[in-house]
Design a protein around this ligand. Structure first.
Ligand code: LLP
Length: 424
Protein backbone atom coordinates (compact mmCIF):
# COMPACT_ATOMS: atom_id res chain seq x y z
CA UNK A 1 0.00 0.00 0.00
CA UNK A 2 1.56 3.35 -1.00
CA UNK A 3 0.67 6.33 1.11
CA UNK A 4 0.22 9.94 0.00
CA UNK A 5 2.89 12.35 1.23
CA UNK A 6 6.46 11.43 2.07
CA UNK A 7 8.36 8.36 0.87
CA UNK A 8 9.93 8.36 4.36
CA UNK A 9 6.61 7.27 5.89
CA UNK A 10 5.91 3.82 4.48
CA UNK A 11 4.89 0.25 5.25
CA UNK A 12 7.49 -2.48 5.45
CA UNK A 13 5.47 -5.67 5.42
CA UNK A 14 2.56 -5.02 7.75
CA UNK A 15 4.27 -2.33 9.83
CA UNK A 16 4.37 1.43 9.33
CA UNK A 17 7.81 3.01 9.54
CA UNK A 18 9.18 6.52 9.65
CA UNK A 19 12.53 6.05 7.95
CA UNK A 20 13.97 2.94 9.65
CA UNK A 21 11.95 3.23 12.86
CA UNK A 22 8.80 1.16 13.39
CA UNK A 23 5.93 3.27 14.71
CA UNK A 24 4.41 0.58 16.99
CA UNK A 25 7.77 0.40 18.79
CA UNK A 26 8.07 4.16 19.16
CA UNK A 27 4.49 4.27 20.46
CA UNK A 28 5.26 1.55 23.01
CA UNK A 29 8.45 3.31 24.13
CA UNK A 30 7.17 6.88 24.36
CA UNK A 31 3.40 6.51 24.75
CA UNK A 32 0.69 8.20 22.71
CA UNK A 33 -0.36 10.66 21.40
CA UNK A 34 3.09 10.99 19.85
CA UNK A 35 4.36 13.13 17.00
CA UNK A 36 7.10 11.47 14.95
CA UNK A 37 9.11 13.37 12.34
CA UNK A 38 11.50 12.30 9.60
CA UNK A 39 14.52 14.58 9.67
CA UNK A 40 15.59 13.31 6.25
CA UNK A 41 12.24 14.37 4.79
CA UNK A 42 12.74 17.88 6.18
CA UNK A 43 16.30 18.05 4.87
CA UNK A 44 15.25 16.87 1.42
CA UNK A 45 12.38 19.36 1.25
CA UNK A 46 14.63 22.29 1.99
CA UNK A 47 17.32 21.15 -0.39
CA UNK A 48 14.79 21.18 -3.26
CA UNK A 49 14.24 24.92 -2.65
CA UNK A 50 17.96 25.54 -2.26
CA UNK A 51 18.90 23.60 -5.39
CA UNK A 52 16.56 25.71 -7.46
CA UNK A 53 18.08 28.90 -6.04
CA UNK A 54 21.72 27.82 -6.32
CA UNK A 55 23.93 30.53 -7.77
CA UNK A 56 21.54 33.31 -6.67
CA UNK A 57 21.77 35.55 -3.69
CA UNK A 58 18.93 34.05 -1.67
CA UNK A 59 17.64 33.01 1.73
CA UNK A 60 15.02 30.38 2.57
CA UNK A 61 13.34 31.68 5.71
CA UNK A 62 11.45 28.77 7.26
CA UNK A 63 8.07 30.05 8.51
CA UNK A 64 8.48 28.57 11.95
CA UNK A 65 4.81 28.86 12.89
CA UNK A 66 4.35 25.61 10.94
CA UNK A 67 6.36 23.68 13.52
CA UNK A 68 8.44 25.57 16.03
CA UNK A 69 9.89 22.73 18.11
CA UNK A 70 13.52 23.46 18.90
CA UNK A 71 14.97 20.38 17.21
CA UNK A 72 12.99 21.18 14.06
CA UNK A 73 14.42 24.71 14.08
CA UNK A 74 17.88 23.27 14.68
CA UNK A 75 17.46 21.03 11.62
CA UNK A 76 16.79 24.10 9.47
CA UNK A 77 19.60 26.13 11.07
CA UNK A 78 21.98 23.30 10.16
CA UNK A 79 20.59 23.37 6.61
CA UNK A 80 21.55 27.06 6.33
CA UNK A 81 18.04 28.49 6.54
CA UNK A 82 16.84 31.78 7.89
CA UNK A 83 13.47 32.12 9.62
CA UNK A 84 10.20 33.97 9.26
CA UNK A 85 8.83 34.86 12.69
CA UNK A 86 5.56 36.46 13.75
CA UNK A 87 5.99 37.13 17.48
CA UNK A 88 8.44 37.88 20.24
CA UNK A 89 7.88 34.32 21.45
CA UNK A 90 9.02 32.93 18.10
CA UNK A 91 12.07 35.21 18.24
CA UNK A 92 13.05 33.86 21.66
CA UNK A 93 12.45 30.30 20.51
CA UNK A 94 14.53 30.56 17.35
CA UNK A 95 17.37 32.27 19.21
CA UNK A 96 17.22 29.51 21.84
CA UNK A 97 17.66 27.00 19.02
CA UNK A 98 20.81 28.86 17.96
CA UNK A 99 19.64 30.85 14.93
CA UNK A 100 21.55 33.83 13.59
CA UNK A 101 19.26 36.87 14.09
CA UNK A 102 20.74 38.37 10.93
CA UNK A 103 18.79 35.67 9.05
CA UNK A 104 15.43 36.41 10.68
CA UNK A 105 12.48 38.21 9.05
CA UNK A 106 9.78 39.59 11.31
CA UNK A 107 6.27 39.38 9.77
CA UNK A 108 2.79 39.90 11.22
CA UNK A 109 0.06 42.55 11.32
CA UNK A 110 0.19 43.25 15.06
CA UNK A 111 3.77 43.68 16.24
CA UNK A 112 3.86 45.37 19.64
CA UNK A 113 6.37 48.07 20.57
CA UNK A 114 8.04 45.64 22.95
CA UNK A 115 8.36 43.02 20.20
CA UNK A 116 9.85 45.65 17.90
CA UNK A 117 12.38 46.64 20.58
CA UNK A 118 13.35 43.01 21.18
CA UNK A 119 13.79 42.38 17.47
CA UNK A 120 15.88 45.52 16.99
CA UNK A 121 18.03 44.59 19.98
CA UNK A 122 18.55 41.12 18.52
CA UNK A 123 19.41 42.62 15.12
CA UNK A 124 16.88 40.95 12.82
CA UNK A 125 17.45 41.11 9.09
CA UNK A 126 14.19 42.82 8.13
CA UNK A 127 10.74 43.79 9.38
CA UNK A 128 7.93 42.93 6.96
CA UNK A 129 5.71 45.93 7.69
CA UNK A 130 2.00 45.39 7.12
CA UNK A 131 0.42 48.85 7.60
CA UNK A 132 1.13 52.58 7.65
CA UNK A 133 0.53 53.00 11.41
CA UNK A 134 2.89 50.09 12.08
CA UNK A 135 5.54 51.84 9.98
CA UNK A 136 5.21 55.04 12.01
CA UNK A 137 5.42 53.17 15.32
CA UNK A 138 8.46 51.20 14.14
CA UNK A 139 10.14 54.46 13.11
CA UNK A 140 9.51 55.93 16.58
CA UNK A 141 10.66 52.80 18.41
CA UNK A 142 13.83 52.50 16.30
CA UNK A 143 14.81 56.16 16.56
CA UNK A 144 14.12 56.25 20.32
CA UNK A 145 16.64 53.47 20.75
CA UNK A 146 19.11 54.97 18.29
CA UNK A 147 18.70 52.07 15.87
CA UNK A 148 17.67 51.59 12.26
CA UNK A 149 14.97 49.11 11.25
CA UNK A 150 15.44 47.58 7.83
CA UNK A 151 11.99 47.17 6.29
CA UNK A 152 10.11 45.76 3.40
CA UNK A 153 6.43 46.43 2.89
CA UNK A 154 4.20 43.40 2.73
CA UNK A 155 1.98 44.32 -0.18
CA UNK A 156 -1.41 42.82 -0.71
CA UNK A 157 -1.54 42.05 -4.44
CA UNK A 158 -5.29 41.27 -4.44
CA UNK A 159 -4.76 37.84 -5.99
CA UNK A 160 -6.93 34.82 -5.21
CA UNK A 161 -4.74 31.96 -4.00
CA UNK A 162 -7.62 29.52 -4.56
CA UNK A 163 -7.32 28.02 -1.10
CA UNK A 164 -9.40 27.73 2.10
CA UNK A 165 -10.77 31.19 3.08
CA UNK A 166 -9.16 30.98 6.54
CA UNK A 167 -5.70 30.61 5.01
CA UNK A 168 -6.08 32.94 2.04
CA UNK A 169 -4.27 36.19 2.74
CA UNK A 170 -3.70 38.09 -0.50
CA UNK A 171 -7.21 39.40 -1.19
CA UNK A 172 -8.48 42.93 -0.59
CA UNK A 173 -10.81 41.73 2.16
CA UNK A 174 -7.94 40.18 4.19
CA UNK A 175 -6.28 41.97 7.09
CA UNK A 176 -2.81 41.42 5.65
CA UNK A 177 -0.43 43.77 3.88
CA UNK A 178 -0.56 47.26 2.41
CA UNK A 179 -3.05 47.69 -0.44
CA UNK A 180 -1.42 47.55 -3.85
CA UNK A 181 -2.64 51.02 -4.80
CA UNK A 182 -1.26 52.58 -1.59
CA UNK A 183 2.12 50.91 -1.75
CA UNK A 184 4.05 53.56 -3.72
CA UNK A 185 2.86 56.34 -1.41
CA UNK A 186 3.71 54.30 1.68
CA UNK A 187 7.20 53.53 0.36
CA UNK A 188 7.77 57.26 -0.32
CA UNK A 189 6.60 58.04 3.20
CA UNK A 190 8.88 55.31 4.62
CA UNK A 191 11.86 56.87 2.89
CA UNK A 192 11.33 60.10 4.87
CA UNK A 193 11.08 58.43 8.28
CA UNK A 194 13.88 58.43 10.85
CA UNK A 195 15.07 55.02 12.00
CA UNK A 196 13.78 53.31 8.84
CA UNK A 197 15.79 51.89 5.97
CA UNK A 198 13.80 50.56 3.02
CA UNK A 199 15.41 47.37 1.74
CA UNK A 200 12.83 45.22 -0.01
CA UNK A 201 9.31 44.17 -0.86
CA UNK A 202 7.29 41.23 0.42
CA UNK A 203 4.13 39.38 -0.43
CA UNK A 204 2.44 36.21 0.83
CA UNK A 205 -0.91 35.30 -0.65
CA UNK A 206 -2.02 32.27 1.31
CA UNK A 207 -1.26 28.71 2.27
CA UNK A 208 -1.75 25.23 0.79
CA UNK A 209 -1.58 26.70 -2.74
CA UNK A 210 -1.53 23.89 -5.30
CA UNK A 211 -1.35 25.89 -8.52
CA UNK A 212 1.38 28.08 -10.03
CA UNK A 213 -1.05 30.65 -11.48
CA UNK A 214 -1.63 32.69 -8.30
CA UNK A 215 2.13 32.85 -7.64
CA UNK A 216 2.85 34.20 -11.12
CA UNK A 217 0.03 36.74 -10.88
CA UNK A 218 1.25 37.94 -7.50
CA UNK A 219 4.83 38.11 -8.75
CA UNK A 220 3.80 40.27 -11.70
CA UNK A 221 1.91 42.62 -9.40
CA UNK A 222 4.94 42.84 -7.09
CA UNK A 223 7.35 43.53 -9.96
CA UNK A 224 5.01 46.26 -11.26
CA UNK A 225 5.27 47.88 -7.85
CA UNK A 226 9.04 47.51 -7.68
CA UNK A 227 9.29 49.37 -10.96
CA UNK A 228 6.88 52.07 -9.80
CA UNK A 229 8.70 52.51 -6.47
CA UNK A 230 12.14 52.65 -8.07
CA UNK A 231 10.89 55.26 -10.54
CA UNK A 232 10.78 57.51 -7.46
CA UNK A 233 14.46 56.97 -6.77
CA UNK A 234 14.08 54.36 -4.02
CA UNK A 235 15.99 51.07 -4.16
CA UNK A 236 14.43 47.70 -3.32
CA UNK A 237 17.23 45.17 -2.90
CA UNK A 238 15.24 42.04 -2.22
CA UNK A 239 12.06 40.33 -3.33
CA UNK A 240 10.38 38.22 -0.64
CA UNK A 241 7.87 35.94 -2.35
CA UNK A 242 6.40 34.46 0.82
CA UNK A 243 5.48 30.85 1.46
CA UNK A 244 2.27 29.03 0.74
CA UNK A 245 3.29 26.05 -1.37
CA UNK A 246 0.85 23.19 -0.75
CA UNK A 247 1.54 19.54 0.00
CA UNK A 248 -0.23 16.28 -0.80
CA UNK A 249 -2.65 15.25 1.93
CA UNK A 250 -4.72 13.04 -0.35
CA UNK A 251 -4.77 13.64 -4.11
CA UNK A 252 -3.55 17.24 -4.40
CA UNK A 253 -0.84 17.74 -7.01
CA UNK A 254 1.08 20.88 -6.03
CA UNK A 255 4.09 21.84 -8.13
CA UNK A 256 7.44 20.62 -6.79
CA UNK A 257 9.32 23.38 -4.98
CA UNK A 258 12.16 23.40 -7.52
CA UNK A 259 9.73 23.59 -10.45
CA UNK A 260 7.86 26.48 -8.85
CA UNK A 261 11.06 28.36 -8.07
CA UNK A 262 12.40 27.83 -11.60
CA UNK A 263 9.18 29.24 -13.04
CA UNK A 264 9.29 32.29 -10.79
CA UNK A 265 12.98 32.93 -11.45
CA UNK A 266 12.38 32.73 -15.18
CA UNK A 267 9.69 35.42 -14.89
CA UNK A 268 11.93 37.54 -12.64
CA UNK A 269 14.78 37.31 -15.14
CA UNK A 270 12.53 37.94 -18.13
CA UNK A 271 11.38 41.17 -16.53
CA UNK A 272 14.93 42.29 -15.79
CA UNK A 273 14.93 41.78 -12.02
CA UNK A 274 17.42 38.91 -11.88
CA UNK A 275 19.96 40.91 -9.88
CA UNK A 276 17.78 41.13 -6.78
CA UNK A 277 18.21 39.03 -3.66
CA UNK A 278 15.38 36.49 -3.32
CA UNK A 279 13.68 35.38 -0.11
CA UNK A 280 11.03 32.72 0.34
CA UNK A 281 9.11 31.93 3.54
CA UNK A 282 7.94 28.33 3.17
CA UNK A 283 6.45 26.58 6.18
CA UNK A 284 4.14 23.67 5.38
CA UNK A 285 6.10 22.46 2.34
CA UNK A 286 9.23 21.99 4.48
CA UNK A 287 7.69 19.99 7.32
CA UNK A 288 4.12 18.94 6.53
CA UNK A 289 4.75 15.56 4.94
CA UNK A 290 7.64 14.82 7.31
CA UNK A 291 5.46 14.11 10.34
CA UNK A 292 2.78 11.76 11.65
CA UNK A 293 0.68 11.79 14.78
CA UNK A 294 0.54 8.34 16.38
CA UNK A 295 -2.45 7.62 18.56
CA UNK A 296 -3.92 4.58 20.31
CA UNK A 297 -7.39 3.26 19.61
CA UNK A 298 -9.23 3.39 22.96
CA UNK A 299 -12.69 2.12 22.04
CA UNK A 300 -14.66 1.03 19.02
CA UNK A 301 -18.22 2.25 19.42
CA UNK A 302 -20.67 0.95 16.84
CA UNK A 303 -23.82 3.00 16.30
CA UNK A 304 -26.94 3.09 14.19
CA UNK A 305 -25.94 6.14 12.16
CA UNK A 306 -22.17 6.04 12.60
CA UNK A 307 -19.43 3.85 13.96
CA UNK A 308 -16.90 5.67 16.08
CA UNK A 309 -13.24 4.86 16.49
CA UNK A 310 -12.30 6.71 19.67
CA UNK A 311 -8.58 7.40 19.89
CA UNK A 312 -6.40 9.09 22.51
CA UNK A 313 -5.46 12.06 20.27
CA UNK A 314 -7.97 14.88 19.95
CA UNK A 315 -8.65 18.28 18.44
CA UNK A 316 -6.36 19.86 21.02
CA UNK A 317 -3.46 17.80 19.60
CA UNK A 318 -4.40 18.30 15.97
CA UNK A 319 -7.02 20.91 15.19
CA UNK A 320 -6.82 21.18 11.41
CA UNK A 321 -9.85 18.92 10.77
CA UNK A 322 -11.99 20.75 13.34
CA UNK A 323 -10.86 24.19 12.23
CA UNK A 324 -10.57 23.91 8.45
CA UNK A 325 -12.49 20.74 7.70
CA UNK A 326 -9.08 19.45 6.63
CA UNK A 327 -8.76 15.91 5.28
CA UNK A 328 -5.74 14.08 6.67
CA UNK A 329 -4.91 10.44 5.99
CA UNK A 330 -5.41 7.95 8.85
CA UNK A 331 -3.86 4.49 8.70
CA UNK A 332 -3.07 1.64 11.10
CA UNK A 333 0.50 1.40 12.32
CA UNK A 334 0.22 -2.38 11.89
CA UNK A 335 -1.99 -3.88 9.22
CA UNK A 336 -4.28 -6.66 10.38
CA UNK A 337 -6.51 -9.10 8.55
CA UNK A 338 -10.22 -8.61 8.58
CA UNK A 339 -12.73 -6.53 6.70
CA UNK A 340 -12.39 -2.77 7.24
CA UNK A 341 -15.26 -0.98 8.97
CA UNK A 342 -16.18 2.63 8.24
CA UNK A 343 -15.59 4.86 11.26
CA UNK A 344 -15.52 8.47 12.28
CA UNK A 345 -12.18 8.74 14.03
CA UNK A 346 -12.73 10.99 17.05
CA UNK A 347 -10.92 12.06 20.20
CA UNK A 348 -11.94 12.25 23.87
CA UNK A 349 -12.65 16.02 23.89
CA UNK A 350 -16.20 17.00 24.75
CA UNK A 351 -17.16 18.61 21.44
CA UNK A 352 -18.82 17.12 18.39
CA UNK A 353 -16.22 19.06 16.39
CA UNK A 354 -13.54 16.85 17.91
CA UNK A 355 -12.84 14.60 14.98
CA UNK A 356 -9.68 13.64 13.11
CA UNK A 357 -11.28 11.92 10.14
CA UNK A 358 -14.77 11.07 8.96
CA UNK A 359 -15.98 7.96 7.16
CA UNK A 360 -12.65 6.17 7.19
CA UNK A 361 -12.45 2.46 6.36
CA UNK A 362 -10.15 0.89 8.93
CA UNK A 363 -9.41 -2.64 10.17
CA UNK A 364 -8.45 -1.85 13.76
CA UNK A 365 -9.00 -3.11 17.31
CA UNK A 366 -8.83 -1.36 20.67
CA UNK A 367 -5.17 -1.05 21.67
CA UNK A 368 -3.90 -0.66 18.10
CA UNK A 369 -1.85 2.35 17.10
CA UNK A 370 -3.02 4.49 14.19
CA UNK A 371 -1.16 7.31 12.43
CA UNK A 372 -2.51 10.59 11.13
CA UNK A 373 -0.40 11.35 8.05
CA UNK A 374 1.18 14.62 6.88
CA UNK A 375 0.94 16.01 10.40
CA UNK A 376 4.29 17.80 10.49
CA UNK A 377 2.90 21.29 9.83
CA UNK A 378 0.37 23.30 11.83
CA UNK A 379 -0.42 20.39 14.13
CA UNK A 380 1.87 20.38 17.18
CA UNK A 381 2.41 24.12 16.78
CA UNK A 382 -1.37 24.69 17.03
CA UNK A 383 -1.90 22.27 19.92
CA UNK A 384 -3.75 23.53 22.97
CA UNK A 385 -4.49 22.30 26.48
CA UNK A 386 -8.27 22.28 26.06
CA UNK A 387 -9.94 19.83 28.45
CA UNK A 388 -6.72 20.12 30.52
CA UNK A 389 -5.01 17.72 28.17
CA UNK A 390 -1.21 17.81 28.36
CA UNK A 391 0.43 18.25 24.99
CA UNK A 392 1.89 15.26 23.14
CA UNK A 393 5.52 14.16 23.10
CA UNK A 394 7.62 14.47 19.93
CA UNK A 395 10.29 12.24 18.43
CA UNK A 396 12.72 13.05 15.62
CA UNK A 397 13.89 10.14 13.49
CA UNK A 398 16.93 9.97 11.24
CA UNK A 399 17.59 6.56 9.71
CA UNK A 400 17.38 4.05 12.55
CA UNK A 401 17.99 6.66 15.25
CA UNK A 402 15.15 8.26 17.19
CA UNK A 403 15.43 11.11 19.70
CA UNK A 404 12.79 12.32 22.11
CA UNK A 405 12.76 16.04 21.24
CA UNK A 406 9.87 17.07 23.49
CA UNK A 407 8.77 15.33 26.64
CA UNK A 408 5.11 14.68 27.16
CA UNK A 409 3.67 17.56 29.13
CA UNK A 410 2.57 16.78 32.70
CA UNK A 411 -0.90 17.78 33.90
CA UNK A 412 0.68 19.61 36.84
CA UNK A 413 2.54 21.88 34.41
CA UNK A 414 -0.80 23.09 33.13
CA UNK A 415 -1.72 24.94 36.30
CA UNK A 416 1.74 26.09 37.30
CA UNK A 417 1.54 29.86 37.62
CA UNK A 418 -2.12 29.84 38.64
CA UNK A 419 -3.22 31.08 42.07
CA UNK A 420 -6.11 30.17 44.32
CA UNK A 421 -7.94 33.09 45.88
CA UNK A 422 -7.01 33.91 49.48
CA UNK A 423 -9.18 32.10 52.06
CA UNK A 424 -12.27 33.93 53.35
N1 LLP B 1 4.75 33.79 5.57
C1 LLP B 1 3.69 34.35 6.18
C2 LLP B 1 3.66 35.79 6.36
C3 LLP B 1 2.63 33.54 6.64
O1 LLP B 1 1.59 34.11 7.23
C4 LLP B 1 2.69 32.14 6.46
C5 LLP B 1 1.60 31.27 6.94
C6 LLP B 1 3.83 31.60 5.83
C7 LLP B 1 4.83 32.45 5.39
C8 LLP B 1 3.99 30.13 5.61
O2 LLP B 1 3.03 29.61 4.78
P1 LLP B 1 3.09 28.06 4.33
O3 LLP B 1 4.30 27.90 3.45
O4 LLP B 1 3.19 27.25 5.55
O5 LLP B 1 1.82 27.84 3.61
N2 LLP B 1 -2.85 26.80 10.16
C9 LLP B 1 -3.14 26.74 8.74
C10 LLP B 1 -2.08 27.46 7.92
C11 LLP B 1 -1.90 28.91 8.34
C12 LLP B 1 -0.83 29.64 7.54
C13 LLP B 1 -0.49 30.95 8.15
N3 LLP B 1 0.54 31.70 7.51
C14 LLP B 1 -3.29 25.29 8.34
O6 LLP B 1 -3.16 24.41 9.18
O7 LLP B 1 -3.57 24.98 7.18
Amino acid sequence: MTLPGSPHVAYRGDTLFVEDCALPELAARHGTPLYVYSQTAMQQSVSAWQRALAGRDHLICYAMKANSSLAVLQTFIDAGCGFDIVSGGELQRVLAAGADPAKVLFSGVGKTREEMREALRAGVLCFNVESEPELDVLSAVASDSGQTARISLRVNPDVDAGTHPYISTGLKGNKFGVAHERAVAVYRHAATLPGIEVVGIDCHIGSQITDTGPYLNALDRVLDLVEAVEAHGLRLHHLDLGGGLGITYTDETPPAADALVALLLARIDARGHGHRRIFFEPGRSLVGNAGVLVSEVLYLKPGEAKNFCIVDAAMNDLMRPAMYDAWMGIVPCRLRDGAPVTYDVVGPVCESGDWLGRDRALAVQAGDAIAVLSAGAYCMSMASNYNSRPRAAEVMVSGNRAWLIREREQASELFRGEHLLPPG
